[in-house]
Design a protein around this ligand. Structure first.
Ligand code: ZN
Length: 500
């Protein structure tokens, strides 16, 4: 049994001015052929690793093609997408006739300069190459904007159930098990998707989602059901097929898939008001923190979070802390390569006045001019130790720590993962000794800082990832849509749902 595997993974914020080019993939992950196996065997908790664990066990031969991912940012450039597409499809073309299945690791919320649904396009092209009898399956991020084209051209799509995403390995394993079942039993499964007319916040409440995860567990115990998934969607993409959906895949029973997809979609629709996280204003957050003994209190700067498509250089909290006289705080991070160069020039212990931030996300921020003392300079490389990046070396580019009136500002040269406490450790900052740590992060810290943080406060702060969708000027999304328009009818009668 032979299965081709490949991955093109990106979450594209169409409101972001940051172009996603080949360098963005080269800096995060761009691997070809057997390098994919070598790399992911050494990683923990990736979809590829999960796929390899099952296929090795079942003596299924894997034919690796391309594995490419980049940190969320603006749309992928056409030349970059064509390069990645060519590398994936030419390899599948070459082994067509020798493979019995194709497993792809996709995000599901990629947009390119030319395509609003590149994953639908990739699955369609893959289907054209391998034909109707070879099963195609794909894993998707929890924030996928699943399209009809994706559903029409894949035999099954399966998403993460967790946020923070900690189940990539399990989802990879489940996808490989389904693929092996389909090939062995020559089953053509039935997949039904129901899309909800909604824009939901990317950082969503654990409680609301746990009701949906419970439903998945119930459904997947049922005879005849291969998998069930729900997707929160990615609302920062101004595209026609934006938004959440549910998917049910059955072995062969179309009625069962249809019925359960409708019922699951209704449950998600009924919860639509409960996904929003509780947030505070910056003044409320500071007051609450100052009234609390001990620390650290995490301030989650969700509006400028990289992993939701934020720029990473909005100096909103630095500005607010200076104004309010907050001390013993760490800002992790502000991305500003020019400011890092100036800190390097000033050397450790040197004082300088620098213009910080507001250059990448020039839409939501202006640079702030501050005077501080350079506390540390590093190459900006550290080994991830948390759940997601274990055994991966993170490269933030040359990095400096600037002390501005008792606020340590970590200035990096690149947008890179910063939610691992090992990052601060690599700069000799002991998180436990600080009162406030600002992380440009979403829910990830709930796992990575679990044993360290005294409390976590979320802020719907200014930035490219801010989820105040009513203030964004969408042009392509379908209307009416929750919460921008009144939609009071029950989901199943609303006439707004889209069936696969
Ligand atoms: Zn996600």
């Amino acid at each position: 049994m032979r299965v081709a595997v490949g991955s093109i993974w990106h979450e594209s914020n169409t409101f972001s001015p940051i172009k996603t080019d080949l360098k963005c993939f080269q800096e995060y992950e761009l691997l070809l052929d057997n390098h994919i196996i070598d790399y992911h065997r050494g990683r923990k908790n990736t979809e590829m690793r999960g796929i390899f664990e099952i296929t090795e066990n079942r003596h299924i031969e894997i034919i690796p093609t391309v594995s490419a991912s980049a940190i969320p940012s603006g749309p992928v450039t056409t030349t970059t997408f064509k390069f990645l597409e060519r590398n994936l499809l030419q390899r599948i073309q070459k082994i067509r006739g020798q493979i019995e299945g194709v497993l792809l690791v996709l995000h599901g919320a990629m947009v390119t300069e030319d395509l609003d649904d590149p994953e639908g396009y990739l699955l369609h092209r893959t289907r054209e190459i391998v034909g109707n009898t070879v099963p195609i399956g794909a894993t998707l991020d929890h924030h996928a904007n699943v399209s009809r084209k994706m559903v029409e051209n894949a035999d099954f799509l399966i998403g993460y159930r967790t946020h923070p995403h900690v189940d990539q390995g399990e989802v990879g394993q489940q996808a490989a098990k389904i693929m092996s079942f389909l090939i062995k039993n020559k089953v053509k499964p039935v997949m039904k998707m129901r899309k909800l007319p909604a824009l939901l916040p990317g950082e969503s409440s654990v409680e609301a989602r746990s009701r949906l995860v419970e439903r998945i567990k119930e459904l997947e115990k049922r005879e005849g059901i291969l998998s069930a998934s729900f997707f929160i969607g990615y609302s920062l993409a101004d595209i026609k097929e934006v938004g959440p959906c549910v998917i049910v895949v059955t072995k062969q029973d179309s009625q069962l898939a249809e019925f359960e997809a409708n019922s699951f979609a209704q449950l998600m629709w009924d919860l639509r008001n409960e996904f929003a996280l509780k947030t505070l204003t910056v003044s409320e957050g500071i007051n609450q923190t100052l009234a609390t003994s001990g620390g650290p209190i995490l301030f989650v700067d969700t509006g400028d979070c990289f992993w939701s498509g934020g720029g990473g250089d909005v100096p909103f909290f630095l500005h607010s802390f200076i104004k309010k006289g907050v001390k013993n705080a760490v800002i992790a991070v502000i991305v500003d390569p020019k400011a890092v160069d100036e800190c390097i020039e000033a050397e450790v212990g040197g004082q300088l006045t620098v213009s910080l931030g507001g250059k990448i996300d020039w839409i939501n921020a202006r640079p702030i001019v501050v005077t501080g003392t350079v506390k540390a300079i590093s190459q900006g490389k550290y080994w991830g130790q948390d759940f997601q990046f274990t055994e991966k070396q993170i490269d933030m580019g040359p990095t400096a720590v600037l002390d501005v009136k008792g606020i340590e500002v970590v200035i990096t040269s690149k947008r890179a993962s910063i939610h691992d406490p090992a990052m601060l450790g690599s700069l000799n900052i002991e998180p436990k000794d600080r009162k406030i740590i600002v992380l440009k992060d979403g829910l990830l810290n709930l796992v990575s800082y679990k044993s360290i943080a005294k409390e976590t406060i979320f802020f719907n702060s200014p930035g490219l990832a801010n989820w105040d969708y009513c203030k964004r000027s969408y042009k392509k999304i379908p209307r009416p849509i929750f919460p921008l328009d009144p939609l009071s009818l029950a989901f199943s009668n609303s006439g707004n749902q889209k069936a696969s």
